[in-house]
Design a protein around this ligand. Structure first.
Ligand code: XMP
Length: 500
């Protein structure tokens, strides 16, 4: 196993992921809590936003310094090595950001890498004196030390994990395979095996509950946990009446076939009652979140569980780093909309080291169908944020039909798989039309389809006009309440993906 110590770089996750892609187990740990066992064969110190001489800056743990394992320090990690091993780091005359030419010298780390590469730099501090016994193995076009080694430890000023760095993957591969001498023997199925053991150890014969809405992460976490503890896991599926068409039947079916002990609660009437007369988007979200918790807690109260299972993945950990790292008490959670402080359940988060595509791969090895695993993202409040203005059961029925026609037609024309997320929105306006020589007055719907990288930004997707024409004609002919179909051509930013 390789351990990546996380000093706060935005690229830490990429480091771990690249190493796992080589077929080698890699865990990301915080410098203050790292534990080195006999399986650890090498340590990578990530970059980070601090400066090594700043007061309170994170340092290399003693355990790592004395372990005698090969270390690869990257950027801030390199500066830490220099400081600890007797060299000096100073604020550079000129910061290096972006692609920079770097010349390289022979070393194990740089085997089969050209002697000049362009590499991704992002630093203000630089190495001014090497520690004793270290030699330079890379230098930037500006003359700055960009790499050093003492024959066992290595350090780089640039970021090999960023794909812009030429041969960066090769350099990382050299570190784990040639310097640490780790063999490629890790597969995602090993992760499943290890986690099942770990869950059994943590949970013992106590009970675990999970709120399951059919999202990929929580479903994979639940299947994994069910493999470990069987019927001691109870999933609670709350139907808020705002799922996509037929999902309230499909999701429990899938859960049951996957061996999850499931309670299904149809709370749609409660949700619609509480949403009656509410038009403000934030109020709607809040009501849906709170009602979910009420229903969930009501069901959970007689289960006598000690643990709450969450499908937290690495990107969630990064986004809420401060609160999620060590807490064993529930604070707030986006998956279930914010559970109360006084809930004494302990968190079980078996996927917190994985990335989305790794979770998908894990799900497939656990026997979950690709059709389920590759589903598009769906917001917690569901159609509640896609029915603009007041939400009611009738509008939900109309929107489910429209959305279903949209998605099925995209699928039929081979477009769905190319789109990150596609859905329909029901607008709170009606418009005049003509149907069979009679005046019609029907709802306006908007269609939205976007490309996105993890939802942070998005660009609208160009559905071929002929397909749009077919979608529009199917919607207006099959859903009589709809009189007009529009297509949203706004990127994020300035718009968000959802309309509310
Ligand atoms: P926005 O609308 O913020 O959405 O551009 C970005 C991505 O997040 C999804 N989304 C949510 N997911 N709970 C969720 O689990 C929510 O409350 C929520 N709101 C938006 C949205 O569908 C898109 O994929």
């Amino acid at each position: 196993r390789i351990v990546v110590l996380d000093y706060g770089s935005q690229y830490t996750m990429l480091l771990a992921r690249r190493i796992r892609e080589f077929g080698i187990l890699c865990t990301v740990e915080h410098p203050s809590s790292v534990v080195l066992d006999k399986d650890v064969k090498g340590i990578v110190l990530s970059g980070g936003p601090q400066s090594v001489y700043e007061s309170g800056s994170l340092d290399i743990p003693k355990e790592v310094l004395t372990a005698g394992l090969p270390i690869l320090g990257i950027c801030y990690g390199m500066h830490l090595m220099v400081k600890n091993f007797g060299g000096t780091v100073s604020r550079g005359k000129k910061a290096e950001y972006g692609l920079t030419p770097v010349s390289l010298e022979d070393s194990k780390l740089l085997t089969d890498v050209p002697r000049t590469i362009t590499a991704w730099m992002s630093h203000g501090d630089e190495v001014t004196t090497l520690p004793p016994c270290y030699r330079t193995i890379a230098r930037s076009g500006n003359g700055v030390v960009a790499g050093m080694t003492d024959g066992r430890n290595y350090a780089l000023q640039f970021h090999p994990e960023v794909h812009h760095t030429q041969c960066g993957t090769k350099i990382l591969e050299n570190f784990v395979l040639k310097v640490c001498d780790v063999s490629r023997n890790w597969k995602i199925s090993d992760f499943a095996y290890e986690q099942v053991e770990k869950i059994r150890e943590i949970v013992g014969n106590k009970k675990v509950i999970a709120g399951l809405s059919g999202g990929v992460d929580s479903t994979v976490a639940a299947v994994l946990t069910a493999r470990a503890i069987g019927a001691n896991l109870t999933g609670i599926f709350v139907n808020h009446g705002l799922m996509r068409k037929d999902e309230e039947c499909e999701v429990p079916e899938v859960m049951k076939t996957l061996g999850i002990n499931l309670r299904v609660v149809d709370a749609s009437d409660t949700f619609f009652r509480k949403l009656h007369g509410v038009t403000d988007p934030e109020r709607k979200r809040k009501i849906i979140g709170e009602t979910f918790i009420e229903v969930f807690e009501g069901e959970a109260s007689d289960i006598d569980a000690d643990f709450l299972l969450q499908g937290t993945i690495y990107s969630d950990v990064i986004e809420s780093a401060a609160s999620s790292r060590t807490s064993d008490k529930i604070k707030s959670h986006h998956n279930v909309g914010g559970l109360p402080e006084n809930m004494k359940l302990k968190l079980l988060e078996p996927l917190r080291e994985l990335f989305k595509d790794e979770v998908r791969a894990l799900g497939k090895t656990l026997g979950i169908s690709s059709k389920f695993i590759d589903r598009q993202p769906f917001p917690g409040p569901g159609l509640g944020v896609r029915i603009l203005g007041e939400v009611d059961a009738e509008k939900a029925r109309i929107l489910k039909e429209v959305d279903d026609i949209f998605l099925k037609t995209l699928e039929e024309y081979g477009e769905k798989g190319k789109i990150w997320q596609a859905f329909a929105v029901l607008l709170p306006v009606k418009s005049v039309g003509v149907k069979g020589d009679r005046r019609a007055y029907g709802y306006v719907v908007a269609l939205r389809a976007v490309h996105s990288a993890e939802g942070m930004t998005a660009s609208w997707y160009e559905i071929p006009h002929a397909v749009l024409r077919e979608i529009s004609s199917r919607i207006t002919s099959r859903v009589p309440e709809v009189g007009r179909v529009t297509y949203d051509i706004t990127d994020k930013p300035p718009a968000t993906i959802e309309w509310e």
